[in-house]
Ligand binder design. Structure first.
Ligand code: ATP
Length: 236
């Protein structure tokens, strides 16, 4: 079943256009990566989906068009974005960050249960629940950013370059977490990544963006095996 169907999505900054008529779809419970070199438009595409920048074109999500809907309402509809650089509140504790992730959930008991659930899944966060987020390692901060987004009870998780500044072994851990979220929790994920080789080993499918255009799409294994794509668009 299709969860998200995007048609002719265009966006930019002032007079500079960064996305040109991008059309693509994501199925329910699919783990999709969005690949492309620096400046290709990956962040812009995520922002257009979460509503943090204006765009034109159609964003059909669970059957209704999100265009014109502010980011808070999109979050309430189940679309959560984890920004580049994690976006955790470094002066707050791990536990407070999780509480802040749940501001749209009014049922306090639900918030407690959700925290328990994610502490169960991320024991390192439980161990550090009283520490300031700024004191965590890069990998732990990324984990916290994911857990914080999960506290809003999303259906579609948008994550911008989780591997930034992380060692490959830690990046692998983060991608294994994404796969688990898909497999165990039935989450749908769109993850922006520059590390094609690693991310394609975990994802179901991938799109490739270049200079604001979606130039390729297919199963992760097909993209991984396609030398032309690797050479032309992924800087391999
Ligand atoms: P990166 O991997 O560096 O994050 P990206 O693929 O996410 O790159 P975007 O950040 O979406 O690319 O940038 C797409 C284009 O839009 C680039 O040409 C960039 O210079 C431009 N751009 C991005 N943010 C802004 C901004 N705030 N103001 C003006 N131009 C911007």
């Amino acid at each position: 079943m299709t969860l998200l169907e995007v048609r002719n999505l265009s966006a930019g900054y002032g007079k500079v256009r960064a996305l040109f008529d991008c059309s693509f779809g994501i199925d329910d419970k699919e783990f999709v990566v969005l690949l492309g070199v620096n400046g290709a438009g990956k962040t812009t595409l995520l922002r257009a989906l979460s509503g943090t920048i204006r765009s034109s074109g159609e964003i059909a999500y669970m059957g209704s068009d999100l265009q014109g809907m502010p980011p808070e309402r999109r979050l309430q509809r189940g679309i959560a974005q984890i920004p580049q650089g994690r976006g955790t509140f470094t002066e707050f504790t791990v536990d407070e960050n999780l509480t802040l992730g749940a501001t749209i959930v009014s049922d306090r008991r639900q918030v407690r249960l959700d925290k328990e659930r994610w502490y169960e899944r991320f024991p390192r966060l439980r161990e550090r629940r009283s520490q300031l987020a700024g004191k965590l390692s890069g990998g732990e901060q990324q984990m916290l950013a994911v857990a914080r987004a999960l506290m809003s009870r999303p259906k579609l998780l948008l994550c911008d370059e989780p591997s930034l500044g992380l060692a490959p072994v830690i990046t692998r851990e983060i991608f294994a977490i994404f796969k688990e979220l898909r497999d165990i929790d039935g989450m749908t994920l769109l993850v922006v990544e520059q590390n094609a080789d690693l991310s394609l080993k975990f994802a179901d499918r991938a799109y490739v963006i270049e200079a604001g255009h979606i130039v390729a799409g297919g199963s992760a294994s097909a993209i991984l095996a396609d030398e032309h794509i690797q050479k032309s668009y992924l800087g391999d």
